[in-house]
Write a protein that binds this ligand. Structure first.
Ligand SMILES: CC(C)(COP(=O)(O)OP(=O)(O)OC[C@H]1O[C@@H](n2cnc3c(N)ncnc32)[C@H](O)[C@@H]1OP(=O)(O)O)[C@@H](O)C(=O)NCCC(=O)NCCS
Length: 267
């Protein structure tokens, strides 16, 4: 990771304020996370000006700072302004790791006791919420804990105080109501597991847009590849059957040995 922003902050006379330098660094990391994961993003300036996910995180960081210092009303107000301007509602009490990417963003809701690890991606319409929030549950954990490198598809609802494991993929429009293992792919309502990547694959070095592995790139190639496999298997079987039916013919001599034919011709 480049330390250039830290050095830039130092050049600006901020070297006595390491917090400011780290803030610059974190902001740049977050902008770069958007650039790395959205093929449509062209420049850092575009991310700053046009990406509500990035802007919502700025409001969240300020609101969370206030919340931690017990300026609860002010924290809620800053969070509310962020919601009005970006369409993304993040409670100031939530805990969010580094390089979160909220794509499109509109309609995302992140509850008070939700926690999100590093390098996660949320698409629009995602809720990290509680199942039956009520006043009695105040101060209790009601929202999910999302691990590192998790992708939550658009419109997915993750409801309850359970953990979503590292590297998990949550399908668009899924409703997840219970713990998700590391590397699992969950789809449906209620969500069920349709796949699980090995621990070594759980954190791919390259981001997979929309949570889809790039190994087989399109939906036409996938059935075609399956058909070709099937044809190859059938060919192998036909060859095997042909060999089996040929085998007895070659084993039994069908042609009369030459010596006995000569003997018959010259008695
Ligand atoms: C969940 C997801 C990551 C799975 O991708 P994948 O690993 O390539 O999995 P596949 O496409 O092979 O699907 C596996 C199975 O789950 C089903 N499935 C996939 N996504 C689903 C979804 N969102 N809801 C219901 N079923 C789904 C498939 O039909 C398939 O079922 P089958 O085996 O019976 O045919 C992906 O489908 C997804 O939803 N990504 C989020 C995309 C998104 O939010 N985009 C917003 C862009 S703006």
């Amino acid at each position: 990771m480049s330390r250039e922003p830290v050095r830039a902050a130092a050049r600006l006379g901020l070297d006595d304020n390491i917090v400011t330098a780290m803030l610059f660094q974190n902001l740049r990391d977050e902008i770069d996370a958007t650039l790395a994961r959205d093929p449509a993003a062209r420049s850092r300036l575009e991310v700053v000006l046009c990406y509500p996910g990035f802007q919502a995180l700025l409001y969240f960081r300020a609101a969370h700072w206030l919340w931690e210092r017990r300026f609860y009303l002010l924290g809620r107000f800053v969070s509310h302004v962020g919601r009005v301007l970006t369409g993304i509602e993040i409670h100031p009490g939530a805990r969010i790791g580094r390089r979160l990417f909220i794509d499109h963003g509109m309609g995302v809701v992140i509850g008070e006791t939700a926690e999100i690890g590093d390098d996660c991606t949320l698409y629009h319409g995602v809720t990290l919420g509680g199942t039956r929030p009520s006043r009695e549950q105040g101060g209790q954990k009601r929202h999910p804990t999302i691990g590192n490198d998790v992708i939550v598809g658009s419109g997915a609802q993750v409801l309850g105080p359970f953990r979503v494991g590292d590297g998990a993929r949550i399908g668009a429009a899924s409703v997840v109501l219970k713990e998700v293992p590391d590397g699992a792919t969950m789809v449906g309502n209620p969500a069920h597991q349709v796949g699980r990547r090995a621990a070594s694959e759980a954190m791919p070095p390259v981001f997979e847009p929309y949570g889809i592995s790039g190994e087989i790139p399109d939906p036409i190639a996938r059935p075609l590849a399956a058909l070709l496999d099937e044809v190859a298997a059938l060919r192998a079987r036909v060859a095997e059957v042909e060999r089996e039916s040929d085998a007895p013919k070659t084993a039994e001599p069908t042609v009369e040995p030459l010596r006995s034919r000569v003997a018959r011709a010259n008695p």
